[in-house]
Design a protein around this ligand. Structure first.
Ligand code: AMP
Length: 460
């Protein structure tokens, strides 16, 4: 199935498109592109997707469209039931339905445990079309006669694996028995252990299966752009970007420690004070650089990949890939440093004539084409053409040009990877950082696979 690039391509109604634009959503995330067409056709969907992938909109949008376009069979009936394991999740789902459906005449209500029932009972009297609920409270209110589920047309199970982990399996089965067998079921889970698969099998009928690889999940609020530029013009392009008013706290990734140091030197020659962190710096020097970056004393921090996870600084507006990463998973890691805590961020990748294949690797992994931005003085049309013509370039994830040795352990996920924050704990000169040439290759600084999970919405 081809991946549509816009919400309009997904054939969503203008009222929904308007709400999405107001939310600042520019294009569907992979799980949305994959699930929405099936759900709009009335198919059951089994989606393997984590929080943070945009999964809520993947079920909420087709549901809203269905309710909007298909008239009520029974006035005042609950037509959609969404089950969520936790109160926080239930509230977030309700919030999303309200936001996406704000231009439609539909009503959503949420019922959850741990708070008095009175307000929820009043909400139910207003005859919601959509009910979002945690299982326990739903059963309580049902047993008291406040909820009727016999007209439910769509049943959603969100975070089904967590639902089972939390011991809700019997509650879920009881609830499922209360909704009509003739219905559409949308089943979302981050993982698919046997118990979840069994539950899914019992609930779904001819379901379309949609899977989003967590390691390829890009923080959805990051706008990603690529700028084609000759290698020797990269510094000028960086200076040009840093001078723009909208470019604030900026994190720049270079392929090697050597290149990181060089960029810092060149920037300082042009009057831009930048910090640098990589594995050759002492712990103290790294912390000082991070603190100066976090406090705003330094606008720019240059880093290598091994440092990416140690950087949890708020307010990074831009991540610049001065060099494309040799390993596309590092790209996901790098750009996750921006758009933290729900903020918007921009990631700009500089792509020179050796890096075109690396750009394609990144796009293949994330399943998101980067937006080409030619609106800059050093745009290299020759490289843009190489990209569009599918030219293979010398630097690929498997091969290093110019006789650079492959750092040991590369492509062995367990090999050189480290636990969270380990980069900061490493002794100077320890591991493969010990002198020598090999340590300069990006592969020597390979980061562990990254899983973005619920960063933005959790803990809000
Ligand atoms: P979820 O995985 O549903 O918890 O969504 C994670 C976050 O991504 C939420 O803050 C959503 O508002 C946001 N989001 C969902 N879809 C998109 C999109 N297509 N573009 C931008 N942000 C999105």
């Amino acid at each position: 199935m081809s991946v549509p690039l816009t919400f309009a391509d997904l054939k969503l109604e203008p009222a929904l498109l308007k709400a999405l634009a107001e939310q600042g959503y520019e294009r569907p995330t992979p799980v949305q592109s994959a699930a929405i067409p099936f759900a709009l056709h009335g198919r059951d969907v089994l989606a393997l997707a984590q929080t943070g992938t945009g999964k809520t909109a993947a079920f909420a949008l087709p549901i809203l469209q269905r309710l909007h376009l298909q008239p009520h069979k029974q006035a005042g009936a609950i037509r959609v039931l969404v089950l969520a394991p936790t109160r926080e999740l239930a509230l977030q789902i309700h919030e999303s339905f309200t936001a996406y459906g704000r231009h439609l005449k539909l009503r959503a209500a949420v019922i959850l445990g741990g708070v008095p029932m009175g307000a929820q009972i009043r909400e139910l009297k207003h005859q919601p079309d959509i009910l979002v609920a945690t299982p326990g409270r739903l059963l309580d209110l049902h047993s008291q006669g406040h909820v009727r589920l016999q007209h439910v047309e769509v049943l959603v199970l969100d975070e089904a694996d967590r639902m089972l982990d939390m011991g809700f399996i019997h509650d879920v089965r009881r609830i499922v028995a209360m909704v009509p067998r003739q219905r559409q079921t949308l089943f979302f889970s981050a993982t698919m252990p046997p118990a979840v698969a069994e539950l899914a099998q019992g609930l779904l009928h001819d379901a379309a299966r949609v899977e989003v690889a967590p390691s390829a999940t890009v923080a959805v609020k990051v706008e990603q752009r690529v700028m084609f530029v000759e290698r020797n013009d990269k510094l000028d392009l960086l200076l040009h970007l840093l001078a723009k008013p909208e470019v604030g706290r900026t994190l720049v990734f270079a392929r090697t420690r050597h290149r990181a140091d060089r960029v810092v030197r060149l920037l300082s020659r042009h009057g831009v004070a930048a910090g640098v962190i990589h594995s050759d710096k002492t712990q103290g020097a790294r912390q000082r650089a991070l603190a100066a970056f976090a406090s705003g004393d330094l606008q720019v921090l240059i880093a290598t990949d091994i440092m990416a996870r140690g950087i949890d600084v708020e307010g990074i507006t831009h991540v610049v890939n001065y060099d494309m990463p040799d390993d596309p998973e590092s790209h996901v890691h790098r750009i996750g440093r921006t758009a933290r805590a729900g903020a918007q961020g921009t990631a700009i990748s500089f792509c020179d004539d050796e890096e075109v294949s690396l750009l394609r690797d990144v796009e293949r992994l994330t399943r998101l084409p980067l937006v080409q931005d030619a609106n800059q003085p050093w745009h290299a049309d020759r490289i843009a053409r190489m990209y569009s013509e599918g030219v293979k370039t010398s630097r690929t994830r498997a091969q290093r040009p110019q006789g650079q040795p492959r750092p040991k352990g590369q492509h062995r996920p367990g090999g050189q990877s480290q636990g969270h924050g380990a980069g900061r704990k490493r002794r100077r000169g320890g591991g493969q950082g010990q002198g020598g040439h090999a340590a300069q290759g990006h592969g020597g600084e390979r980061a562990k696979r990254v899983v973005f999970q619920g960063r933005r919405r959790r803990g809000r």
